[in-house]
Design a protein around this ligand. Structure first.
Ligand code: ATP
Ligand code: MG
Length: 431
């Protein structure tokens, strides 16, 4: 065993902390009950079960977190099956990782088999093998995430803190477990910034130094994994904080050198939150704003680097292409049908991103008119109605419907009857 781990175990033996009260106070009764039952079932088979990761960190911080992650020294899939029977829940298993998700009523819990990891190559997925809780904790990203709680009945509630996570929580520090951590897995760079900014912590001094040193290791991570990290950041309460920090430390430039985590972005993100309140803003809207300063070409390289799925990529492309129409949208005398044609077909988030980005109050007003009314405007008459009125089936139907749509948009007609009169008039002049 390595000396760091030995020291850690000695430290743990010296002071045992029991978190039973915190669990009872902070988790809903159903989940508390579940932890007792699960610990008991595991113990009846001679296996130890633990609560690990974020939920332990948040229990100690007094933050709400209902995402339970469990680790068993045994077989997670078998245990999940038994617990599913008891709770009348359903499970999804991932045999290649030896993990399972258990869901019942409104709850969802992840179960993993304790494992150790070795990294053959920086950035590659690790080779894993079943192991003890101690090795499982050693593979984790930060000391504050490497905490566990015993759930076995005889030791229920006991904190396992091998790497000083509790002390780091008290001192508000984000600290890696060993100095190759960011080399093994550079996604931890993004994770570190995310926790630092979410919790109002600081990257511990040598962790910060290693993070800066290892920024180039972000090149070893696949676009898919980086995209996942970026999406996690954009789901934070204040994503701009981590983006600003990432710019400062050189991580943002790795996504694209033209991206900025500056005051402009912070201001726009805040406006987006107010618009979306009480819901959190959609990730694609944040992303459209983040990518807003990029040129079309730069956008394309960001899209392919992050391997953005079609709809996200489309939003960014739409946002970019709308940018070129903002000047026209700022004309005060635009007809409503002109506003409609300038904006229709674009993704909603792209339109909103542009309305937040433009400095023209008129363009904003036009966008608002489009979003609130124009996009829903439709003629009341259908093709069948027109045929009934004597129009010959064929391309003329489509043309007339379009003209009716324009007339509706521009307020020249407001009722079905009005539309009929308009059509009759057109038919007369046609003859
Ligand atoms: P969050 O509140 O953001 O969900 P979390 O701690 O639950 O925080 P997850 O991403 O859900 O984070 O991961 C669960 C746990 O798995 C973490 O607490 C950490 O111990 C471990 N973990 C996740 N990703 C990594 C990684 N890249 N390297 C090492 N450990 C990781
Ligand atoms: Mg989690």
């Amino acid at each position: 065993m390595n000396p760091v781990a030995t020291c850690a175990i000695i430290r743990e033996m010296a002071e045992t902390t029991n978190l039973t009260d915190k669990i009872k106070k902070q988790l809903p009764a159903e989940l508390v009950n579940f932890t007792h039952v699960a610990g008991g079932v595991a113990a009846s088979q001679g296996q130890n079960l633990y609560l690990v990761g974020g939920v332990v960190r948040d229990l100690l911080l007094g933050r709400t977190n209902l995402d339970l992650d469990l680790v068993v020294e045994g077989n997670a899939i078998e245990l999940a099956k038994q617990l599913a029977e008891i709770n009348q829940g359903k499970i999804t298993t991932y045999p290649q990782f030896n993990t399972a998700k258990l869901q019942w009523s409104k709850w969802s819990v992840d179960l993993a088999t304790a494992r150790s990891e070795t990294y053959d190559k920086p950035g590659a997925l690790p080779t894993v093998k079943p192991s003890s809780i101690n090795s499982d904790l050693f593979r984790r990203d930060f000391t504050i995430n490497a905490l566990a709680i015993h759930l076995s009945p005889s030791r229920y509630g006991e904190l396992i803190d091998l790497y000083g996570g509790r002390n780091d929580l008290e001192h508000k520090l984000i600290r890696i477990l060993h100095e190759k951590s960011f080399i093994d897995d550079a996604t931890r760079i993004w994770r570190g910034l995310r926790y630092e900014q979410r919790l109002g912590f600081q990257l511990e001094k040598s962790t910060l130094k290693l993070l800066k040193r290892d920024i180039p290791m972000l090149d070893t991570i696949s676009g898919d994994r980086i995209r996942y990290e970026l999406e996690c950041i954009l789901q934070e309460e204040y994503p701009e904080k981590a983006l600003r920090r990432a710019e400062e430390l050189g991580g943002l430039a790795k996504l694209h050198p033209s991206l900025k985590g500056n005051g402009w972005l912070a201001e726009k993100f805040e406006q987006v939150r107010q618009l979306s309140s009480p819901n959190p803003p959609p990730v694609e809207l944040y992303l459209a704003l983040l990518a807003y300063p990029l040129t079309e070409e730069e956008n394309e390289s960001l899209i392919s680097y992050l391997r953005l799925p079609k709809s996200l990529a489309q939003t960014i492309r739409d946002s970019n292409s709308l940018k070129t129409k903002l000047k026209t949208l700022a004309y005060p005398e635009l007809r409503r049908s002109q506003i409609y044609h300038l904006l229709q077909g674009y993704a909603q988030s792209a339109i909103i991103a542009n309305s937040l980005a433009t400095s023209s109050a008129i363009a904003c007003q036009h966008i608002e008119t489009f979003l609130r009314t124009l996009r829903y405007v439709k003629p009341a008459l259908t093709g069948d109605d027109l045929i009934r009125m004597g129009v010959t089936p064929g391309p003329q139907i489509k043309e007339l419907l379009q003209q009716l749509h324009e007339a509706r948009l521009d307020g020249k007609v407001t009722t079905k009857q009005g539309e009929e009169e308009l059509v009759k008039g057109w038919l007369v002049t046609d003859r």
